[in-house]
Design a protein around this ligand. Sequence first.
Ligand code: ADP
Length: 527
Amino acid sequence: MTQDFNLKSALKQYFGFDSFKGDQEEIINSVLNNNDTFVIMPTGGGKSLTYQLPALITEGTAIVISPLIALMKNQVDSIRGFVDDDSVAHFMNSSLNKGELNRVKQDLRDEKTKILYVAPESLTKQENIEFFKSIKISFVAVDEAHCISEWGHDFRPEYRRIKEMISGIDDRIPVMALTATATPKVQLDIQKNLGMSDANVFKASFNRPNLFYEVRPKIQAEKQIIKFIKENEGKSGIIYCLSRKKVEQIAELLQVNGVKALAYHAGMEAAKRAKYQDMFLMEEVDVIVATIAFGMGIDKPDVRFVMHYDMPKSLEGYYQETGRAGRDGGEGVCLAFYDYKDIEKLEKFTTNKPVAEQEIARALLNEVVAYAETAMSRRKFLLHYFGEEWDEENGEGKNMDDNMVNPKEKVEAKDEIKLFLETVINVKEQFKPKHVVDVLIGKQSAEVKSNKHHTASFFGSGKDHDRKYWMAAVRQSLVAGLIGKNIEQYGTIFVTDEGKEFIKNPKSFMLIKDHDYDQMAEDANAI
Ligand code: ADP
């Protein structure tokens, strides 16, 4: 009780807020009680405060590991602003000269510093470890903890050494991990790698009910973009493209069409990028056409649309990028243009990478394809991907995606789902969806032959339907929990207990056939 009271007053005193957001208070209590604590919260959820506040009110210095040197300075400045004391927060990274570093160390020795941001490469230096051993550390917070996982969208090998470094300082220091990436696989990797399987886990919902999700076939996308922007004149928006060249082309196209638009990518000088970013924030331009280099740390509340001219490499990326729309809770349209050829291009980029990396990249891309082609609620699909159940009848944000607004007809697929589940078992639950579908439709692929499935009695048992039908069956069985994916095996599928029950007692299963974007493109070209 006293602690609750103290926490509230500390919140008010340091940050000027009257109440905690979401699970902030529980998270802070977990840290204050010296527990390992894992925070999974979407961007904008208020993660920073969950380590800043306990850091400010406990004895010693909290080390915050952050991969973004550019953002460290902002964070440090903002904490110094709350407390009105320059010694209270510092950062330690390669941008400091010797003199600056010595001053930071002196403040740490004098116990003036409550929060120290450290780049992972600085933490791994032996001399720094020795130094940290000589001061009191309250806890270590690993920000952007998904960088630990190869399944995250921003893998950093040096993040994998963090645990070793913490143990080098003192094994008993409580560890906090924070991320906005919620896939169960990434979560598992983080907990394993940081040795925090007993951590208190706080996972917030990733549902963004005010965002509208739509995927359109990429047919004359430029025209569609211009039309959309004209209909939404004056609204702020971001258009993501994969290549710098495309970014410049689209920006130019918009400019000649009278749209206040600018290009933004990592090939431009830093000063120019900073200027363009400011112009967007100050509403001197309406639209930024950018590669994914744009957006990190940008907090513009009234971005009204985020478009993907090209599909991104993963659904995590898609979620992060679309998440920049509608931060203020107002309108946020997320429009993506899909063409399977783009996916093939993305796949080609990975061919010179190590095999494991290629497999991961392909598995992530397959999810993007599944999302694009599905005719079920996009929100439901996305949230399921993040390990979250969502009910399209009553869930917040229902009817806020194209597939819910224009539902496709459903067909009874009770027998087919049973046949599919049996086939998964017949191939010993050792294969990915594509192989199972090849077996069902009777396609003699190299993998089918090398496993002698083409001579099996069940080969071709589902040839009454085509590949698209069966892929829809795979995805919807997954979301319904009848099958699971073995992520360690890059996506081989197995039948869950629920699925086994279904085989014994089949029930009605209304299948929604996927969109056929290839067909739509053909139709459009024929006109
Ligand atoms: P995240 O790190 O999860 O992306 P931030 O820590 O940047 O989120 O917080 C997002 C915004 O929410 C910030 O502007 C922050 O000041 C604000 N915020 C955080 N906690 C509270 C609170 N308890 N009350 C009001 N605003 C808050």
